[in-house]
Every structure is written in structure tokens, then in C-alpha cells.
Design a protein around this ligand. Structure first.
Ligand code: SAM
Length: 290
């Protein structure tokens, strides 16, 4: 179908199918024709590449991906959209819609089965209610994907791409950098969506690293990062002691061993310093306390 991102076409298709937007499923569909081609190109859709999309909507981005890549597989949770997509994407023979919840589906099996060794990249206008969980699910499973290009809320984009040592940094920024190199690509105004959300958006790309950015056991690394950011404005010492459930003296010893000052705050630390604390923690064998 032509002009899928034309707002008149979208309204017509949706009304013919009696479709109403679900806020709970984060359904804000792109209606700005300039955005999807840009996302597809900067997301790496091209010859020889398989694209994995999350959330098809009526298929505006799906179609742009399919015009450039060899194959597109899109996971969509809302069965009401399946007949709509049958109609809007009828002209494409390289698109497969998988009716599933991205948080439940077996992603390694899906990628192996659908892409069969092809180079794979993720590109999606994510439902905002699960932005970080989806991104972390894609990264933590060490999937064979080269990048993740996603539209997220502007504030989330800033947080996800924040550099260690800056005020915007949070636990998720460090987690993302453990697995990937993040980049803020471009901003998208709220008026580019139907219905328009209350906030602006941005597209980011996470280039997945061949191996984690630092040499630290993941379990201990994420335990330390979570604890370090558990109480904003508190010192690292207090956060680690509280977050790891250990006496202050023990936390102080841990920091000393790792060569990290105890009176700094988590946002001042570089990723190597989190790794160093995690290595000591893992070495000390401190069990998780609940
Ligand atoms: N790609 C379309 C676009 O850009 O217009 C739609 C984007 S809309 C922000 C998010 C889409 O994700 C919706 O189609 C929604 O039904 C779908 N979705 C929401 N939660 C999902 C989940 N857990 N798994 C898979 N798809 C989901």
C-alpha cells in the first residue's frame, strides 16, 4: 500500500478496521513521513541484512525496513492489528509478523529460526511503557545482533546515552555501556505521532560490542551498579553499604581495595571503576542479602 505514513491513509485504514488506540500498549503511531526512512537508513537496513522490529502498528516502519533489507520480522502483541497489517503490507513478500509479547518470546530461538545466520539489526519505535526492560532484554541475552536503533522518549534517550561522569547518568546508562556504544541520532517532535504523546522523542542507536566493555563478572557488575545508584545524592559508600546489605566498614574496605574514593557519588564514576569494585566484590564472595 502506498503512502503508509500519510495521516489520511492511516485514519482511513484504522477506521475501516474499527481500530481504537490502546494507551496501555503504548500505541502512538508515526505519521511524519520523514522519520521512518531516516530510522531505517541509520538503523542499518540494507542488502544482506535481516531486521527485527518490535511493535508494527500499521506497518509504517516495517515497510521502510522491507524496502531496504532482505527480510523483516516484526513482533506485535496486539491481535487487532493483524488484519490491518495483512492489508497494509500486502505488497511485500519479505515481511513476517510474529504475534507475541516481546517480553515473553524466546528471542535467541526466534532469531536463529527466522534469520538463519543472516546479519541482524533491531529497529523499532518502542512502546514507551517498556523501553528500558526491552532494551536490557535485547542486550543481556547477548543476541547475535549488531545494533539496536530505537525511538524512545527524549528524556529516556538522554539517560540511555549519558556519559559516565555526567549528571544525567543513571544505572541504565552504565548497563547500556557495558554491552554497547550508545549514540543519540536525532530528535522527533510529539506532533509526529497519532495520537500525539505528552513528550518529545528521540532516536538512539546502540552499537553492540563484540564483548562487554569491561572485564567484570556481569552478576557482580550489575549488583554494584544497582546498589551505587540506589539512593541519589548519597555517597557511594552509603549506597553500597545499603544497596549490597553490608556493614559500612565492609563497603569501605571494598572501595579501598578497588582504589575508589568512598565519598564520591555514583554519577562521578567511570565504568572501569564500577568494574573494579565488582571484581573485588566477586573475589570477596559476598552473598546477595535480601
Ligand atoms: N511501529 C509503529 C509506528 O512507528 O507507528 C508502532 C509503534 S507504537 C509506539 C508501539 C507498538 O508496539 C504498537 O503497535 C503496540 O501494539 C506494540 N506493542 C506494545 N507492547 C508490546 C509488546 N510487549 N510486545 C510486542 N509489541 C508490543
Amino acid at each position: 500500500m502506498e503512502h503508509l505514513s500519510n495521516i489520511g491513509v492511516i485514519r482511513d485504514v484504522l477506521s475501516r478496521h474499527g481500530f481504537t488506540f490502546s494507551k496501555a500498549l503504548g500505541q502512538n503511531f508515526l505519521v511524519n513521513p520523514a522519520v521512518c526512512p531516516r530510522m531505517a537508513e541509520q538503523g542499518g537496513a540494507g542488502p544482506g541484512v535481516g531486521m527485527l522490529e518490535i511493535g508494527a502498528g500499521i506497518g509504517v516502519l516495517t515497510a521502510e525496513l522491507a524496502q531496504r533489507a532482505d527480510k523483516v520480522v516484526c513482533i506485535e502483541i496486539d491481535d487487532r492489528l493483524l488484519p490491518v497489517l495483512d492489508e497494509t503490507l500486502a505488497g511485500y513478500d519479505n515481511i513476517e509478523i510474529v504475534h507475541a509479547d516481546v517480553m515473553q518470546v524466546d528471542l535467541p530461538a526466534l532469531i536463529a529460526e527466522k534469520f538463519m545466520g543472516m546479519e541482524v539489526a533491531v529497529c523499532a519505535n518502542l512502546p514507551y511503557y517498556i523501553t528500558s526492560p526491552v532494551i536490557m532484554r535485547l542486550l543481556e541475552q547477548r543476541l547475535p545482533i549488531r545494533s539496536i536503533t530505537v525511538m524512545v522518549q527524549k528524556e529516556a534517550a538522554q539517560r540511555l546515552c549519558a556519559r559516565p561522569g555526567t549528571r544525567e547518568v543513571g544505572a541504565v546508562s552504565i548497563a547500556v555501556r557495558y554491552y554497547s556504544e550508545p549514540k543519540l541520532l536525532f530528535q522527533v517532535s510529539r506532533g509526529s505521532f497519532l495520537p500525539a504523546p505528552d513528550v518529545d522523542s528521540a532516536v538512539i542507536r546502540l552499537d553492540v560490542l563484540p564483548k562487554p566493555a569491561v572485564d567484570a563478572p556481569p552478576e557482580a557488575f550489575f549488583r554494584v551498579v544497582r546498589a551505587a545508584f540506589s539512593m541519589r545524592r548519597k555517597t557511594l559508600l552509603n549506597c553500597l553499604s545499603g544497596g549490597l546489605g553490608i556493614p559500612k566498614a565492609e563497603a569501605e574496605h571494598l572501595l579501598k581495595e578497588a582504589g575508589v574514593p568512598s565519598n564520591v557519588r555514583a554519577e562521578q564514576l567511570q565504568i572501569e571503576q564500577f568494574a573494579s569494585i565488582a571484581c573485588r566484590l566477586s573475589h570477596a564472595g559476598l552473598p546477595e542479602r535480601t
